[in-house]
Design a protein around this ligand. Structure first.
Ligand SMILES: Nc1ncnc2c1ncn2[C@@H]1O[C@H](COP(=O)(O)OP(=O)(O)O)[C@@H](O)[C@H]1O
Ligand SMILES: N[C@@H](CCC(=O)OP(=O)(O)O)C(=O)O
Length: 372
């Protein structure tokens, strides 16, 4: 389907267990059949399916705690069951599925990222539904994404998706956690995800969920900046996956930014973690944001954190707001020495020939865009 659009559908544990502790099979049947309907309407569907820990817990028939080691064991038990279930359900509709288990390391490293992207592209071009989860059994805290909301945003970028649909146990983002505040109202549309929006989001609704609304906003923000629309909706609402596209389901829609980014810049937005930050004056911020300029040492007022040349770092304004991310051409110690200097002075101060700019514009991705 060369002209079809790509949607990443993230199914939270809350949806797959229908509020219980076990995977709810009728719910999974219904969701698989909705995905098949969407494919008939010309969409290519990628699932990010949580539920391995819940499935493992149910399979073990024993009381198991919530330590990391115990959850890793449960995920190892449950993932097989989960994919087996999806496979049998999609086979009813004659649709093949594939399992991809990812960790942060798979998106942080550019070569691994491109490998994962090639696999996804191949699967989609062969009409297979990729079913993705974090590789919980082996993911240590350093390489863990940690929650499937953020993982699904990374996958959406990886797959160059048009839309990210986060299905959970609420109809979207409310003005407060609806479980705690019965007067909370649904917010139907969100533009920029600023600190006021972030302040509305609380943690998980049950002991089974990870991250709650807070990680869904993080995901929406990553996707938004990469030019992907995110919708949060309730997984138990009848025919929700299909109805979202018809505008018939209640939801929160996060407007996508106009981001004509190349693949490498999208990768910068999705994968690597930032190892430090450069605080820049208003002139530098303006040059970078409005004139498409590279970042020069002259505009840097402060250096925060320890980082190496080639690391991804944040660029902040004097007020501490993160404006951009980029791959830096000097390490943090060098930058301590050359911050505020004219380019012509740099070689003299360092005693060797450095790069011409601190962050080249091709290595810089802006986080502030005009919404379309
Ligand atoms: N402002 C909010 N609007 C909606 N839900 C919220 C908000 N703040 C916190 N939540 C909680 O987020 C929960 C959904 O996240 P989570 O439990 O992690 O589910 P999932 O397994 O679907 O990821 C909801 O049940 C709700 O209690
Ligand atoms: N990877 C874990 C789920 C992690 C997660 O983010 O859960 P959830 O918040 O329910 O989407 C699992 O399969 O159990």
């Amino acid at each position: 389907m060369p002209n079809s659009k790509v949607i990443v559908v993230k199914l939270g544990t809350s949806v797959l267990t229908a509020g219980g502790t076990l995977l709810n099979k009728p719910r999974l049947v219904d969701l698989a059949s909705q995905c098949v309907e969407l494919r008939k309407a010309g969409w290519q569907v990628i699932l990010v399916s949580s539920g391995a820990v819940a499935a493992g817990r149910a399979a073990l028939h024993k009381d198991v705690g919530n330590s990391i080691a115990e959850k890793q064991m449960l995920a190892a038990i449950g993932q097989g069951q989960l994919i087996h279930l999806w496979q049998s359900l999609f086979s009813i509709f004659d649709v093949a599925v594939a399992q991809l288990l990812l960790t942060r390391a798979d998106v942080e490293d550019r070569a691994r990222y491109l490998n994962a992207r090639d696999t996804l592209t191949q699967l989609l071009s062969h009409d297979v539904v990729p079913i993705i989860n974090e590789n919980d059994a082996v993911a240590t805290s350093e390489i863990k994404v940690g929650d499937n909301d953020n993982l699904s945003a990374m996958v959406a970028i990886l797959a160059n998706a048009d839309r990210l649909l986060l299905l959970t146990d609420q109809s979207g983002l409310f003005t407060a956690d609806p479980r705690r505040n019965p007067d909370a109202r649904l917010i139907e549309t969100v533009g920029e995800i600023d600190e006021h929006i972030i302040a509305l989001a609380g943690g998980a609704g049950s002991s089974l969920g990870t991250g709650g609304m807070a990680t869904k906003l993080q995901a929406a923000q990553i996707a938004q900046r990469a030019g992907i629309e995110t919708v949060i909706a309730k997984g138990s609402e009848s025919n929700v996956i299909v109805n979202i596209h018809l505008g018939l389901a209640k939801s929160t829609k996060f407007i996508r930014f106009n981001a004509p980014l190349d693949g490498r810049k999208k990768w910068l937005l999705s994968g690597p973690r930032c190892s430090g930050a450069l605080i820049c004056d208003a002139g530098a911020i303006n040059a970078v944001c409005s004139q498409g300029a590279s970042l020069l040492a002259k505009g840097i007022t402060d250096v925060s954190g320890q980082f190496q040349r080639g690391d991804l770092i944040e660029l902040k304004n004097i007020q501490g707001k993160v404006i951009a991310k980029g791959l830096v051409a000097f390490d943090s110690q060098e930058l301590e020495q050359i911050k505020g200097l004219h380019s012509a002075q740099i070689n003299e101060v360092l005693g060797y020939q450095g790069a011409n700019v601190v962050i080249h514009r091709d290595d810089l991705v802006l986080l502030e865009h005009v919404a379309t």
